[in-house]
Design a protein around this ligand. Structure first.
Ligand code: URP
Ligand code: ZN
Ligand code: ZN
Length: 470
């Protein structure tokens, strides 16, 4: 009778703190032992990592799957295609959103998203809530939802149908404080965006590239500072999502210097795209890269790299929010719709880890340990999944990535596994890609093949990140 279901031998094991050679023994989907050497004859199955890097499976803490939009546009990915593409890119846990429509109860929103995911997800998943209607009845629902494992709430400072007033933000933050939960804030000044949009449109400037001007870094900076101030007033930690600009990073850096517990996230689009990807002329092509906040300039790209390396950013997520380039998505309002009518969001679940491994770790901008922290350990800790997820340790789920780091892979949408009809990274070369992704000790990606099964992903009720708060 073999002692192990699986041994991963000769692994270059990387955690958020360490890097060392070892063998990993796996039983019943969990890591049971890590040792300098395990006896291969004691395993039902052996994978020889041959000295390749082995990291925890990625935790993508910001993605939108099968999320209906208030404008009627349709997400290109449901829980089958979204989790499939995640697995093929080395991500083994996703935290998409259960979004409340105004007037809807949060429990109804959660029930709806469970239906969307059940029997479909091929990797594990949890849900953040999106609170769009912070009325007293919604606030009263939160204690029960937090105890059911929905321990983080996203709130918006912009988008007409989603945004909360400062008063409502304060109420949500105060509730998060009492419950030990965390609020994730989309920080852009809505009135700045409206004013700039109107001005640009009056001048006939409606092409996709003007989206980047309408969503000015000044508006992001102001809202970031305001979110920090509201959190300071309530005395509660917050996480600022998808931070894009040097101006916003400076606010976060300042707040952390004051001793405030401000966490922050950035995403691949702010490292690998610039406003020029929205177009250098008036063609509609750049609509593919419309997201909010938009990609910025090379100065902000450098600031984002620095903040990843120096610890200012806590996590690195995809903000996967795919829309096809057709009438269900980017062309919802026609081939030449004004930029403000184009659905916001780009695909990124599958390319998140290869891009950062390749351009971050292999180009020596960040260490392999920092890579693990940003993409797996820190999101698992922040969102109450650790140590089940986000690390390589006895007792943790055997969610692992064995890396190829000596390849030349030109990204094309054809090789990806999302249902999106394009990728913003078409033609970009990377030197790294997962050779094998294991979810609960079972290969879901190997030999360039998706091997996962829909329905194998499990819902995870999350712990509160700040249990002693309140
Ligand atoms: O443009 C983006 N980021 N779309 C996704 C929705 C959001 O605000 O995260
Ligand atoms: Zn957002
Ligand atoms: Zn998002």
């Amino acid at each position: 009778m073999p002692t192990y279901d699986l041994i991963v031998k000769n692994a270059d094991i990387v955690t958020a703190s360490d890097r060392y050679r070892g063998d990993i023994g796996i039983n019943d989907g969990k890591i049971s032992v890590i040792a300098a050497s395990l006896d291969a004859s004691q395993a039902q199955q052996v994978i020889d990592a041959n000295g390749r890097m082995v990291t925890p499976g990625g935790v993508d803490a910001h993605c939108h799957l099968d999320q209906p939009s208030t404008d009627g546009s349709q997400s290109a990915d449901d829980f089958i295609s979204g989790t499939r593409s995640a697995a093929c890119g080395g991500t083994t846990t996703v935290i998409p959103f259960a979004m409340q429509f105004k007037g809807q109860s949060l429990q109804d929103a959660v029930a709806d998203y469970h239906q969307r995911a059940a029997g479909k997800a091929c990797i594990d998943y949890a849900f953040h809530l999106i609170i769009t209607d912070a009325n007293p009845a919604t606030i009263a629902e939160l204690p029960a939802l937090v105890s059911q494992g929905y321990t983080s709430f996203k709130i918006y400072m912009t988008y007409e149908t989603l945004k909360l007033s400062d008063l409502h933000i304060l109420e949500v933050l105060d509730t998060a404080r009492q419950l030990g939960a965390i609020a994730m804030i989309h920080a852009e000044n809505d009135d700045c965006i409206s004013w700039l949009t109107q001005r640009l449109k009056k001048q006939g400037k409606t092409a996709p590239r003007y989206h980047a001007l309408a969503h000015s870094p000044i508006g992001e900076r102001e809202a970031t500072h305001r979110a920090i101030s509201l959190a300071e007033l309530v005395d509660v930690p917050i996480l600022l999502v998808h931070v894009s600009s040097r101006a916003a990073i400076e606010q976060i850096y300042w707040a952390r210097g004051q001793g405030m517990n401000i966490f922050s996230e950035t995403c691949p689009q702010y490292l690998f795209l610039t406003a020029e990807d929205l177009g250098i002329d008036d063609s509609f092509h750049g609509a593919k890269c419309i997201c909010s906040p938009p990609p910025r300039d090379s100065d902000s790209q450098n600031a984002v790299w620095d903040a990843l390396a120096n610890g200012t950013f806590t996590i690195f997520s995809s903000d996967h929010c795919p829309f096809n380039n057709d009438a269900t998505g980017k062309k919802l309002h026609g081939e030449n719709a004004s930029f403000d009518l184009v659905p916001n969001g780009i695909a990124g679940l599958e390319t998140r880890l290869p891009l950062l491994m390749s351009e971050g770790v292999l180009q020596q901008r960040i260490s392999a340990q920092r890579f693990v922290d940003l993409t797996a350990t820190a999101p698992a800790k922040l969102y109450g999944l650790y140590p089940q997820k986000g690390t390589i340790a006895p007792g943790s789920d055997a969610d692992l990535v064995i890396w190829d780091t000596h390849i030349r892979q030109v990204i094309s949408n054809e090789m990806l596994h999302s249902n999106a009809d394009h990728t913003a990274y078409e033609g970009k070369e990377v030197q790294a890609w997962p050779a094998i992704t294991l979810s609960h000790g079972i290969a879901v990606w190997r030999d360039q093949q998706f091997l996962g099964e829909q329905g194998n992903g499990r819902f995870i009720a999350r712990a509160v990140p700040f249990p002693s708060a309140g």
